[in-house]
Design a protein around this ligand. Structure first.
Ligand SMILES: [Zn+2]
Ligand SMILES: [Zn+2]
Length: 74
C-alpha cells in the first residue's frame, strides 16, 4: 500500500491524504508549490514526480470491500 506521507519533504507543508501532493516512485512526497519549483523532478532520486492519488476512505474500509469482491465476485 502506498505510504501517505503527511508533510512535504522540502518545506514541511501539509500533504495530508486528502490534499494535493506529488510523489516519485520511491514515495518521496512534495507539496504542489515545491513540485512546481523543482520542475517536477525529485531532488532525492532524479525521478519524475507525479500527482498522488487522493485517499478518501480509511484503509480498513477499503480492505473490507476488496475482500468482499474477492469472496463474492461480480
Ligand atoms: Zn513543499
Ligand atoms: Zn524520489
Amino acid at each position: 500500500m502506498l505510504k501517505m506521507k503527511a508533510t512535504c519533504e522540502k518545506c514541511n507543508a501539509s500533504t495530508a491524504p486528502k490534499e494535493t501532493a506529488y510523489i516519485c516512485s520511491f514515495e518521496c512526497t512534495f507539496c504542489q508549490s515545491c513540485t512546481t519549483d523543482m520542475a517536477g523532478v525529485c531532488p532525492n532520486c532524479s525521478g519524475e514526480l507525479v500527482i498522488r492519488p487522493k485517499r478518501l476512505k480509511n484503509p480498513l474500509d477499503v480492505a473490507k470491500s476488496q475482500l468482499k469482491s474477492k469472496l463474492f465476485g461480480r
